[in-house]
Write a protein that binds this ligand. Structure first.
Ligand SMILES: [Zn+2]
Length: 671
């Protein structure tokens, strides 16, 4: 495993309000957040969308506030629907202020405030349904998870609007949680059954400066998996009431409570729980300069991305319990790969990159964002995938089978609605992934057309980026600064899939693939360090950087240990994984074979799927001519017919009606 270095100061993200994205590829999704997702989700929260599963979320708050009658409805964590909606609203308001939307958010926050108990407790499930059972089922009750999402939303809203009402609501709740949980006698020595509050408490600490929140996050992380397992002990108490029958016979790996976190070396259990926990571990490693904790983060990261991750950046390969299984177990047609898990992976990778200044983490972040995260949302913004398979045959996605969880078409909403609002908040906060900065260097992670202004080396710096990464691979960056400003630097991420590139600074070569390693890393010469190409000493008022990442389509193979993909090829172009769809290529896609050594033809199709680059190539298809007698098995020669295939980016599959889809194609070797 590679040694990871803990930098004293982590790289900062740039406030969202300072970044304007105007990217052809991303804008079609990002604009959906404000125009479609947020209004649509608001209707959902209020149970006004016919045919979608009822949320009951706002009604639960009204009941808890004593303003309506009725029972709590929905899942124990139903409150998080409103929290995630508010968090996405916060990011949107930060980018583009909107009085009406802000008024609606304020109204919702006031309702949440009225649903808060005298002592600061806030959770409508327990308030309405089981007031005497607070904190008695940490394993399944999701109280701390729900609190975490509420805290994240409040911090985001405070940062976007400067308003403190929501922040005060969650501070009161967090203060109560600080009293309840901790190492002292009389305090509860438990920790969340679904991690999330840990990273939220660190955000709350950063927003308020109150150390107790970061200390509680550290307590939850340090306490996890130590001594007798808390959840197994909890089950034995008289106050314990089971919520989810499927949790009977609880495996402590499910919630990563099987070992103290520093001793965990493999990514185990429920994937979303795992990555949210790793995020907090990374935050605490940085905050407390805790090398041991960072080492654990590095080990877990490597295990995930080197042995347990799909080519699409999906994680959690088991449909049962949405969990990690074993190394190289990556089935394509029955996997889970929850959208939220890839979002968590991106959140974790971003933190690791900020801490270590190592761009390789952002390679994975980019992979997850461009493929699995985007696949989670339809191009009209109104339906969503929770589960992200790499091979689909709609006919066999049947109930009460091992493919029950695979949905061949995106769903309008879910009873357990974690993914859609999570996509909304991720799209609305894309700016946080694009750039990092320290005192005098701007780090460019993702190549997305945008305008940005930021103080660098003491002077306001305007950055204009024009990117055509997913098509030609060409990027242009223009930096504008005050005449006579202090020199600043630029660190350009050279993506892992780029085999050949050139970077020109005002027309002069600043880096390319021909540079010997020594020259790249020596002295003041521009150098490639941990995946970033550093360009230092930028002094001029106007600087233009032209980058040419060659991104031809290419076939990729999997490590032969990935049994499902052995002898198969996947097609990629830049960060995008491609797939075959039935609508372009006919059915029974697994009967198709392709050869790697052939020309791949790219075409930008303006009218297709909102404008995508398609790739066409030759293939062979097994014919059924010799099987007309209907035999199921027989000693017959395989006969092929030539076929022309067309692949589209994976993220936009199933936007043209239901049909088969396939990422990994069988490889035909010359005989
Ligand atoms: Zn989800």
């Amino acid at each position: 495993m590679k040694e990871i270095k803990l930098e004293k100061d982590s790289l900062k993200t740039i406030p969202l309000r300072q970044i304007r994205i105007h990217d052809r590829f991303w804008n079609r999704y990002i604009r959906l957040v404000k125009d479609v997702l947020i209004p649509y989700q608001w209707e959902i929260l209020n149970d006004r969308i016919e045919g979608a599963e009822m949320s009951h979320c706002i009604q639960n708050y009204r009941i808890a506030a004593g303003e309506a009658d009725g029972d709590f409805e929905g899942a124990v964590f139903q409150d998080t629907d409103a929290a995630k909606w508010l968090e996405a609203v916060a990011y949107v308001l930060e980018i583009s202020p909107d009085k009406d939307l802000e008024r609606l958010a304020d109204k919702t926050i006031k309702l949440i405030g009225r649903a808060q108990c005298e002592d600061g407790y806030l959770n409508t499930y327990f308030t309405i349904k089981a007031p005497g059972l607070r904190w008695t089922n940490l394993k399944e009750g999701h109280e701390l998870y729900t609190a975490g999402h509420m805290i994240e939303a409040a911090v985001a809203y405070y940062e976007a609007t400067g308003k403190t009402e929501f922040l005060h609501i969650v501070e009161r709740f967090a203060d109560l949680i600080c009293q309840i949980f901790g190492p002292e006698d009389g305090q509860c020595h438990g920790y969340p059954g679904h991690q999330e509050i840990e990273l939220a408490l660190i955000r709350l600490y950063r927003a308020t400066g109150k150390k107790r929140y970061a200390e509680l996050a550290k307590y939850f992380i340090d306490q996890r998996g130590t001594g007798e397992n808390y959840f197994l002990e909890e089950e034995k108490k008289d106050t314990y009431r089971q919520i989810f029958p499927e949790f009977a016979g609880y495996d402590t790996k499910y919630s990563q409570s099987h070992l103290p976190v520093r001793e965990q070396t493999t990514a185990e259990g429920h994937a979303v729980r795992a990555v949210y926990m790793y995020c907090a571990m990374a935050d605490l490693a940085q905050l407390n300069q805790d090398r041991g904790l960072l080492r654990a983060c590095g080990t877990l990261w490597e295990d995930m991305v080197r042995r347990r991750m799909y080519i699409t950046g999906g994680i959690g390969s088991s449909g049962i319990l949405e969990r990690f299984t074993t190394d190289y177990d990556l089935p394509n047609n029955c996997n889970y790969s929850e959208t939220c898990a890839s979002i968590g992976l991106a959140l974790f990778g971003r933190r690791m990159a900020q801490i270590t200044k190592d761009a390789s983490y952002m390679d994975v972040v980019e992979r997850a964002l461009y493929n699995t995260v985007l696949s989670g949302i339809a191009m009209d913004g109104k339906s969503f995938f929770y589960v992200n398979p790499l091979e689909v045959w709609p006919d066999n996605c049947m109930e009460r089978t091992s493919k029950e969880h695979i949905k061949p078409v995106r769903q309008t909403w879910f009873g357990v609605a974690c993914c859609p609002p999570n996509i909304a908040r991720t799209l609305a906060s894309m700016g946080q992934y694009m750039y990092f900065a320290d005192e005098d260097t701007l780090y460019v992670n993702l190549y997305i057309s945008s305008s940005m202004s930021f103080e660098l080396a003491g002077d306001e710096t305007e950055v204009e980026m024009e990117s055509d990464l997913t098509n030609t691979g060409r990027v242009k960056i223009r930096m504008t600064r005050r005449e006579g400003a202090e020199a600043c630097g630029l660190a350009l991420r050279i993506p892992d899939y780029v085999r050949e590139y050139s970077v020109r600074l005002d027309g002069e070569t600043a880096g390319d693939t021909a540079e010997p390693e020594e020259a790249r890393t020596a002295g003041n010469a521009p150098g490639l360090v941990k995946g970033y190409l550093y360009i230092e000493g930028i002094r001029k008022a106007e600087t233009e950087i032209e980058i040419d990442f060659h991104v031809p389509p290419r076939f990729v193979r999997a490590n032969p240990k990935v049994r499902e993909d052995a002898g198969k090829l996947a097609l990629m172009k830049g960060p995008l994984v491609y797939c075959l769809e039935e609508t372009d290529n006919g059915g029974n896609l697994p009967a198709i074979f392709v050869s790697a050594g052939q020309e791949l033809e790219e075409q930008y199709e303006e009218e297709l799927l909102g404008g995508v680059t398609t790739i066409s190539f030759k293939g062979k298809r097994l014919t059924e001519d010799a099987w007309e007698d209907g035999a199921l098995y027989a000693e017959r020669r395989a006969a092929f017919e030539d076929t022309r295939l067309k692949a589209v980016p994976y993220h936009c599959w199933n936007n043209r009606g239901p049909g088969e889809m396939l990422v990994w194609m069988k490889e035909l070797f010359p005989v």
